[in-house]
Design a protein around this ligand. Structure first.
Ligand code: SF4
Ligand code: SF4
Length: 309
């Protein structure tokens, strides 16, 4: 790591857009971590678990189960109305003024996405500092795709490193290599997505090709980065032998990778999309623990170094 002690040069006033900060995360890198979710992603994975992170725009979220039907939102903004007892939100006319959010007594309305400075984020991350050291934890930057906000991602990593925190970056690899090169000195671990190894299928599952992520993976590895491959496995889509074999091939080609971790599909995304009026995604069947174990065994049989959390 270089320049990590020169706190004066840390750009605490750089601003970026996030949609969440989650504390006590134990699956986003080593130890106990605080994960900061940056908004915006160049991919559009059909199984995306964070659909609220894809667009750079701020969304109005409405949780119907919390709504008590008081009508306060409709009284301050005609984007809200009631039809046959149903709460209708005409989102195309919403200007995100926020008067409805301010008057809602039930917490049913909120914004997803906020603009923050690096200093504000690091202030929140440091609240849990006492847990990081003993567990080997720290801060993870996720998304969305954190590399979509390169200056903000870099400033966050620099600021966290200046505080002595362990830094992880979770990425799809879909950004110019110079973005990764710049942040590399401040990152302890890259959690690097390998979503699909067959190029044409990568396009149909994510909307983009996998040439750039694969090139960046090899360049980052050659530059000495510590990398864990993270492979979302969706039953019926990429739980194929050829994909498992190709993942194993990557861990053999790059023996200093930390390994490959399989991430089984889960179904949280549909409810999140509904709250924000986003298109509801296709749902898949989450794998049983037995099936997940079978996948791991298959990967090992193909010679992969499997990382099991
Ligand atoms: S103000 Fe909140 S609780 Fe009241 S109707 Fe609107 S969304 Fe529901
Ligand atoms: S890369 Fe991640 S955030 Fe982006 S669309 Fe895919 S799953 Fe969602």
């Amino acid at each position: 790591m270089k320049n990590t002690n020169d706190v004066k040069k840390i750009p605490h006033d750089v601003t970026g857009r996030i949609f969440d900060i989650q504390f006590f995360c134990v699956h986003d890198g080593p130890g106990i971590r605080t994960t900061v979710f940056l908004k915006g992603c160049p991919l559009n994975c059909i199984w995306c678990h964070n659909p609220e992170g894809i667009s750079r725009e701020i969304h109005l979220s409405f949780v119907e189960s919390k709504c008590i039907g008081c009508g306060a939102c409709a009284a301050v903004c005609d984007v809200h109305r009631f039809e046959d007892g149903r709460h209708v939100i005409e989102r195309s006319r919403c200007t995100l003024r926020g008067s409805c959010v301010a008057v809602c007594p039930a917490g049913a309305l909120s914004f997803v996405g906020r603009d923050v400075t690096v200093g504000e984020v690091i202030g929140e991350v440091l609240r849990d500092r006492m847990y990081y050291g003993p567990s080997g934890g720290g801060m993870t930057l996720s998304g969305g795709e954190p590399a979509m906000q390169p200056e903000f991602m870099l400033a966050l990593a620099m600021a966290a490193k200046a505080e002595g925190l362990n830094v992880a970056v979770e990425t799809s690899g879909y950004a110019p290599f110079r973005v990764y090169e710049a942040v590399l000195p401040y990152v302890d671990t890259f959690l690097y997505d390998v979503k699909e190894t067959e190029p044409a299928l990568h396009v149909s599952f994510t909307g983009v090709g996998n040439r750039l992520p694969m090139e960046n993976l090899r360049k980052l590895y050659a530059a000495g980065a510590s990398i864990l491959l993270r492979c979302p496995i969706i039953p019926g889509l990429n739980d194929r032998d050829d994909h498992f074999r190709a993942i194993a091939g990557l861990t053999k080609e790059m023996p200093n990778l930390l390994g490959a971790e399989l991430l089984p599909y889960h179904r949280l995304a549909a409810s999140k999309s509904g709250r924000m009026g986003l298109p509801i995604q296709e749902e898949f069947r989450p794998p049983s623990p037995e099936l997940k174990a079978e996948w791991n065994e298959k990967l090992k049989a193909y010679g992969a170094r499997v990382f099991e959390a």
